[in-house]
Ligand binder design. Structure first.
Ligand code: BDR
Ligand code: CA
Length: 318
């Protein structure tokens, strides 16, 4: 039986690759994408999500527009340089052709609650964006967690940061929402932070292989990753020259083959107040708090396996 998955996205370049991977993999049943603010405003992330699904011929997958503001107001602003760097990595000019398709009428949070209440089969949630929609859905009806077998989150950082020295964007955008999700008592939470995604980079060698597949979708995927490589070269050069992380896609790769990440159970807490550590995920690797683990955290990843899974999915298509 294929696994039912809901992908919550703020598309976004790496979200687009995650959507392609999830929608083209035969072992996953991507039942919907829900959208949220983050890399762009929610209208733009919704449009980009629809365009990505159109590109791969998966107009059958519905898209539900989610929330456009954080669950709890953010008391800080991006530093100017971080704000401008975002445009280089997630340009407003999204590379997939525009679409006439619209998002479904029902708001994402309402749809999530209704779907999770009604399902007879457990569903996997993959939020690769600020956790605003997921926190709102759980707040509306805490019993929905029983319908979720696993939540795989792209977010957080143990030894890195991409908004501040210690905070990652998805968590920084809505730390209270992240805290709500981490403390909800979910059956299984997998956190895929920057520490793992930066170990599964894609390089120009990988984009050349994607381009050689010869389909429009693989060509756009190569364009998107090359945009990210240019963006990272300019803003956060990586140890491997001409390479970049494609964060969100690693969460889908984990569903396809869990061996792609190294997981260990830890207690994770989120800073929601302090100016210096706002949005930081504190991963208690030395068990100093003596608190029960609330997440399996990926601190390592296998770049070769990640690239193999992505190539195979885009090569097979549907
Ligand atoms: C995360 O933040 C977003 O900008 C990306 O799409 C990814 O989900 C990386 O920090
Ligand atoms: Ca994202």
């Amino acid at each position: 039986m294929t696994r039912k998955v809901i992908l919550d996205v703020d598309t976004g370049t790496d979200d687009a690759i995650a959507i392609m991977l999830a929608a083209q993999s035969r072992s996953l049943d991507l039942i919907a994408c829900t959208t949220v603010w983050g890399n762009h405003d929610v209208d733009t992330t919704t449009e980009n999500t629809l365009r990505t699904l159109d590109l791969i011929g998966r107009q059958d997958i519905p898209v539900f527009r989610g929330l456009g503001r954080p669950y709890a107001p953010i008391p800080f602003l991006f530093e100017d340089h971080v704000d401008s760097e975002r445009e280089v990595i997630h340009p407003h000019d999204f590379p997939a052709p525009s679409t006439l398709r619209q998002a479904s009428q029902q708001p994402a949070v309402e749809w999530l609650v209704e779907t999770l209440r009604a399902t007879t089969e457990q569903i996997t949630l993959v939020p690769v964006a600020p956790l605003t929609n997921i926190a709102a859905a759980i707040t509306l009806d805490p019993t929905i967690i029983e319908a979720i077998d696993e939540v795989v989150i792209m977010g957080g950082a143990h030894a890195l940061g991409n908004v501040t020295a210690s905070a990652e964007a998805n968590i920084w955008h809505d730390p209270v929402a992240a805290d709500v999700v981490l403390q909800a008592g979910l059956e299984r939470v997998v956190l895929v932070p920057l520490d793992a995604t930066h170990k599964a980079n894609m390089s120009l060698r990988h984009t050349a292989a994607l381009r050689a597949i010869g389909t429009p979708a693989a060509g756009v995927a190569a364009d998107i990753v090359e945009q990210r490589i240019r963006g990272y070269n300019e803003t956060q050069p990586q140890d491997e020259p001409d390479s970049a992380p494609v964060h969100d896609a690693l969460c889908i790769a984990y569903l396809l083959d869990p061996a792609v990440v190294d997981l260990a159970p830890y207690h994770v807490a989120v800073d929601t107040v302090s100016p210096l550590a706002f949005g930081k995920t504190f991963v208690d690797v030395a068990s100093r708090t003596r608190k029960k683990p609330n997440a399996f955290v990926a601190l390592g990843a296998d770049a070769d396996l990640f690239n193999k899974l992505l190539f195979e999915a885009l090569n097979e298509g549907r």
